[in-house]
Ligand binder design. Structure first.
Ligand code: DGL
Length: 268
């Protein structure tokens, strides 16, 4: 067995990235950590999210000796990616840059939107990155507090989440964007509701596929699209309720998520 890909998120959101990675690199081993014992990260102070990201990454690097680390959480990547890249002697991939690149590649009008958690939007990380690579685009960012909680309850298409989406997406509707980046890895699970509210003229962009392609480039020689017979192992670890993680996670990711291993932080 080779060295695995290690990936983490505050909870279920990173499973959108895990799905894309399993599909693109099926012979790779993957270890996924969902910090459901401490989610959501979005409303927390940046320093606290950074501490969590370092704690999880230190543990994953020591425990699994991964060949690459994927921060499958926009909130954590927005505040900790640079620090994590400096900390380890291995590639560390975030979701912001791949997502932004996809967004810029699909807009025709140059009016684009990014939605994310309060932490991500307040960090200014997307705004700075967009200013650096595409200063000509007209970017509208909107925080969507509450979306993550709906996903973590498995409630992705209810009347309540629809009403919340109508309210929170008003700024991007008013800005007449033609492309919207789902700048939180939980949000692709709400894509149907978001698309209903925005209508057919707005292209929704998820960072999952583009992150998987970045990972493929960073991880060195790989067995793209599973040319070899080998099927990778997929290990899921949660700091919260493992039965709930297995039940909802399987619904969201698919059959690869069969068992979930518990991990307890000594302070939680
Ligand atoms: N899925 C994460 C993100 O991409 C975090 C959501 C949260 O825990 O608030 O931002």
């Amino acid at each position: 067995m080779g060295r695995p890909i290690a990936m983490f998120d505050s909870g279920f959101g990173g499973l959108t990235v895990a799905r894309a990675v399993i599909d693109l690199l099926p012979s790779d081993d993957l270890v996924y950590f969902g910090d459901t014992g401490r989610y959501p990260y979005g409303p927390r102070a940046h320093g606290e999210v950074r501490d969590f990201a370092f704690q999880i990454s230190d543990w994953m690097v020591a425990e699994f000796d991964p060949k690459v680390l994927v921060v499958a959480c926009n909130t954590a990547a927005a505040v900790a990616l640079d620090g994590l890249q400096a900390r380890y002697d291995l590639p560390v991939i975030g979701v912001l840059e791949p997502g932004l690149n996809s967004l810029l590649s699909v807009t025709l009008t140059g009016r684009v939107g990014i939605i994310g958690t309060v932490g991500t939007v307040a960090s200014g990380a997307y705004q700075r990155a967009a200013e650096a690579v595409a200063p000509h685009v007209d970017l509208t960012c909107a925080a969507c507090p509450g979306f993550v909680e709906f996903v973590e309850r498995g409630e992705t298409e209810s009347e309540q989440v629809h009403v919340l989406a109508q309210r929170l997406l008003a700024p991007v509707i008013d800005a007449k964007v033609d492309a919207l980046l789902l700048g939180c890895t939980h949000y692709p699970f709400l894509a149907r509701t978001i698309a209903d509210v925005l209508g057919p003229d707005v292209v929704l962009v998820s960072s999952a596929d583009e992150t998987a392609f970045s990972l493929m480039r960073a991880a060195g020689p790989v067995d793209e699209f599973g040319a070899s017979e080998r099927r990778g192992t997929h290990t899921f670890v949660s700091s919260g309720d493992v039965d709930m993680f297995a039940r909802l996670g399987r619904q969201l990711l698919g059959p690869e998520l069969d068992t979930v291993v518990a991990h307890r932080w000594s302070s939680s």
